[in-house]
Design a protein around this ligand. Sequence first.
Ligand SMILES: Nc1nc2c(ncn2[C@@H]2O[C@H](COP(=O)(O)OP(=O)(O)OP(=O)(O)O)[C@@H](O)[C@H]2O)c(=O)[nH]1
Ligand SMILES: [Mg+2]
Length: 189
Amino acid sequence: MKEIIFVGRSNVGKSTLITAITGKKLPAGKRPGVTRKPRQVPYQDIQITDMPGFGFMSGISDKSMDAIKDNIVHYIEKNAGNIAFAVMVVNAGSFAQIVDRWNSRNEVPVEVELFEFLHEMGIDVVIAANKIDKIDDVDVTLDGIAERLGMIPPWKQWLDVIVPVSAKKGKIRDLRNVMQNRLEAMRKK
Ligand SMILES: Nc1nc2c(ncn2[C@@H]2O[C@H](COP(=O)(O)OP(=O)(O)OP(=O)(O)O)[C@@H](O)[C@H]2O)c(=O)[nH]1
Ligand SMILES: [Mg+2]
């Protein structure tokens, strides 16, 4: 069955967002590392997969965190043929800072690495800029996210790729629409 995978750093709100979209209650929590294995939820005639987050998790060794990242990559490689597209969830408020910190150490940030990996696998990526309820200047924040993923600002040129959401406040209409458009385009093929 076709699936939409939700990926991203730990604690960005993937599970909360899937609950808001599907109505299926998934474990979510204040500490990173709540979701440890891919979990499928039915959505229309396909499924949404809630992936574990990568990056820091409380109470987990570096080795286990690497293993989780390997599992994510593995899952994507194995299921690439079934993946309709990916929703990469980012924390709108901290994304730019995290990317800049990694870049200043001459390292490729994990989220950028994942974004590129998905493209290499031929998987389309939608960016859900979550926790937008905590942002004062939404345009500046979204321009910053676009730029760091290689999309030339203003972000409004990328309305079908970058979507502000608040999983917590249930502000998910734009994401639903973007997902729907992609699914319809896919069904017509
Ligand atoms: N302010 C705000 N908080 C949010 C939003 N979405 C999720 N959160 C909170 O962020 C925390 C993490 O949410 P989860 O859904 O568990 O995040 P996750 O990405 O699934 O985390 P892992 O499973 O650990 O990778 C929880 O405390 C949520 O209540 C949002 O839109 N706004
Ligand atoms: Mg989760």
